[in-house]
Design a protein around this ligand. Structure first.
Ligand SMILES: *Cc1c(COP(=O)(O)O)cnc(C)c1O
Length: 407
């Protein structure tokens, strides 16, 4: 075992289950370990490195901003932040941005905003509706919105009422809107760590319609699905709806910590000086990278290129499902966000992940039996084939041991 792994165990708290690899560097769609072994990165640091590693445009923005200044404070105007906000709004709704540093902080900002908004309503409104198995972060406010065993544990969370509904159950949602008069609903258009559950377009449209009808604030958590990940700049755009609040983080910073919320213009004035703040939000360096990410994706055509490769990936994974119907139950997701639902015990799925890693292919496993792919939008057709071949071989091996497949 690497000396670094031993040293980690001595000094870093054991809050993460790790894979036994020490990364030395990244280039393009690959990461390299201590021994120089190369890995195709198919989960991009959990949906962060949307343009892979050391992308030349991102590196250029990084060095250029680093040579000017790294940090000022929110007492001064931050040019990279202003241009980034302009770009994000140009690709989403008419509104205003608040920048934070991470996803959970975006959720916290959204929760505080929901509170401010509810105080501004004539009718009393309180609480937030979320979906079963949703993930919105791990800070004490966000934690109550995160409905997953093993994450939402016995911590003293906020006393804001939270109502949980099953995805796609419109009647349950309508009842809660009518009876409980919540202030907001916060949903991931595709539930990420909940197992890549793609919300139907019609369901998202129904959420949007009911929000308008009952005066509930419609908030989309695009922290994982945003910034081109699912084929549109934001995933809610597939449904043609207009949310009131959008949460973003992960992919936007090109690898640096960056997040925040976008609030519709008609409500943006509700956050007043002193209502919310953070020292770093946003770091001019992170914001400079955010600008580069959007330029490459939206102006230089990388989103379109990525979408073409993503459809090849979906097509080939779906073929594998047809070829191995007893092993793969379903294939879910959109764009560069895929869930391959395995009909295997958790230990067998872990073993497939381990074998793929040994062969230089990094995939994630979520909800124990779902192989999650979050590849960079710079993935190539050749790399798709590389993954499919290796994965096919693993599936064939699984079939050789009949007891693996759950009947
Ligand atoms: C990752 C994630 C978060 C939390 O983001 P952090 O930066 O880890 O705090 C919130 N919501 C969704 C949908 C996520 O995927």
């Amino acid at each position: 075992m690497s000396n670094w792994i031993e040293r980690d165990k001595q000094v870093i708290m054991a809050t993460y289950g790790r894979l036994p690899i020490v990364i030395n560097r990244g280039e393009g769609n690959y990461l390299y370990d201590e021994d120089g072994k190369k890995y195709l990165d198919l989960f991009t640091g959990l949906a962060v490195n949307i343009l892979g590693h050391s992308h030349p445009e991102v590196t250029k923005a990084l060095t250029s901003q680093a040579s000017k200044f790294l940090h000022i404070s929110n007492y001064f105007y931050n040019k990279p932040a202003i241009t980034l906000a302009e770009k994000m709004l140009a690709h989403s709704i008419k509104g205003k941005v608040f920048f934070s540093n991470s996803g959970a902080e975006a959720t916290e900002a959204a929760l505080k905003f929901v509170h401010k908004w509810s105080k501004d309503q004539e009718e009393e409104r309180n609480g937030v509706v979320v979906l079963k198995k949703s993930f919105h972060g791990r800070t004490l406010g966000a934690l109550k919105l995160t409905r997953q065993a093993g994450v939402y544990q016995d911590f003293p969370v906020t006393d804001t009422p939270v109502y949980e509904v099953e995805p796609h159950n419109v009647n349950a949602l309508k009842d809660i809107f009518e009876v409980n008069k919540p202030a907001a609903i916060i949903v991931e258009p595709i539930l990420g760590s909940g197992g890549i559950v793609t919300l139907e377009k019609e369901y998202l449209q129904e959420i949007s319609r009911l929000c308008k009808k009952y005066g509930v604030l419609c908030c989309m958590d695009e922290i994982q699905t945003g910034v081109g990940r699912t084929g549109q700049f934001f995933a809610y755009q597939h449904a043609g709806i207009e949310p009131d609040v959008i949460l973003f983080a992960k992919g936007i910073g090109g690898g640096l910590p960056l997040g925040g919320i976008i609030v519709a213009e008609r409500y943006a004035h509700l956050f007043k000086p002193g209502d919310h703040g953070t020292t770093f939000g946003p770091s001019p360096l992170s914001a400079a990278l955010g600008n580069a990410v959007i330029d490459v994706l939206m102006e230089k055509g990388q989103l379109e290129k990525g979408n073409r490769v993503a459809s090849e990936l979906h097509e080939l994974v779906t073929k594998l499902q047809e070829q191995f119907p007893s092993v793969i139950s379903s294939v879910r997701g959109k764009g560069m966000m895929l869930g391959i639902v395995m009909n295997l015990e958790a230990s067998s799925v872990k073993e497939i992940q381990r074998q793929l890693l040994e062969e230089g292919l990094m995939v994630d496993v979520t909800q124990q039996t779902i192989i999650r792919l979050l590849p960079p939008l710079t993935l190539t057709s050749e790399e798709v084939v590389l993954f499919i071949k290796a994965f096919e071989e693993k599936l064939q091996n699984v079939l050789k041991v009949d007891s693996n497949v759950i009947s």
